[in-house]
Design a protein around this ligand. Structure first.
Ligand code: DQA
Length: 144
């Protein structure tokens, strides 16, 4: 099972962002944790960008080459029709992940362009949200 893990803007700064929302791990530490927790058949590729268009291009390239996408679109969750439209073309499961309780924060974070194309969402458990996404995909896709 080939899984593309996409992280959006400012997630490269984890460790320096407010810990009450995002925890204290860096993105590299979260990626290492995911590699440790992934099942043998789960092959992970990590991609982080601060640029909307680069994320769109990465999703377009992934359309035929990955079985599933785990994405934390970060601030683009609340603004990006372009990422929504790119994800809409992906045929496999799309798992939306957030470190924080994104639905219970400021009103501007309640606008969500990604939810309608996501197969499942995990949020509010800091780095554990990513591990929940892996477990979900293992149950859903098994040994694909
Ligand atoms: C986030 C929540 C977003 O609202 C925010 O802009 C982020 C991170 C999260 O993981 O909780 O950068 O996606």
């Amino acid at each position: 099972m080939k899984i593309l893990v996409i992280n959006g803007p400012n997630l490269n700064m984890l460790g320096k962002r407010p810990k009450e929302h995002y925890g204290s791990m860096t993105l590299d530490e979260i990626n290492s944790l995911m590699l440790k927790e992934a099942k043998e058949d789960q092959q992970l590729t990590f991609y982080q960008s601060n640029y909307e268009g680069d994320i769109v291009t990465k999703i377009q390239e992934a359309l035929t080459s990955y079985d599933a996408i785990i994405i934390n679109p970060a601030a683009y969750t609340h603004t990006s029709v372009a990422i929504h439209d790119a994800l809409e073309m992906f045929l496999g499961p799309i798992v939306e992940v957030h470190l924080s309780h994104v639905d219970d924060r400021e009103d501007f974070r309640k606008v969500n362009f990604i939810r309608s194309v996501a197969t499942m969402t995990f949020s509010g458990k800091k780095e554990e949200s990513y591990i929940d996404a892996l477990k979900y995909l293992e149950e859903k896709l098994g040994n694909k």
